[in-house]
Design a protein around this ligand. Sequence first.
Ligand code: CA
Length: 221
Amino acid sequence: MRILIVEDEAALAEQLARHLRDVGYVVDCAVDGEEGLYYGREYDYDAAVIDIGLPKIDGIEVIRRLRDDERRFPVLILTARGHWQDKVSGLESGADDYLTKPFHMEELTARLNALVRRAAGYASPIIEEGELSLDTAKKEVRVSGEAVELTAFEYKVLEYLMLNPSRVVSKSELTEHLYEQDYDRDSNVIEVFVGRLRKKLDPVKAIKTVRGQGYRFVTAS
Ligand code: CA
């Protein structure tokens, strides 16, 4: 999952980025509204965290312009304590949730996870498809009730496919959403990971290869 952070307070931005990377997200940081808008238009994110008070273009305007451009990823805004009007304007401009500074990183992560999940159409943190169950909060996978040991990257691949069911996800989309930008992207590596993942999930056969295009997570129903 790729997250955009737009925050001008360098220390907070760094703390946010570090925390989100620790829990498995890929993170891009923008330091002002202009850069945030550029990133948000240029790349496909799974969610964004946008500070309201930003240099150049304020957060409200950034969200409004992104929504005008049909960018639909969930947005969580950060507001200063006491500025309740910012929450209202933020939500009215197209944000999905808010947090007031200062906040606990765990709360931010929980809210982001919920936003990403709900954007994919899931209300519960546990996604079940036939014999397969994925706990997005605990990052645990089970097949027929038995825990399956996945590496962090294998988990990310499975989670991304399960949160984008019934459509073809290309290898380049997987690398864009699951690797940091400076990582050496090689689509053969993705094939290796998917191969291992399939073996571990056996007998579940939910990850189909669509020749020349990518992968599709096939739901049980
Ligand atoms: Ca600020």
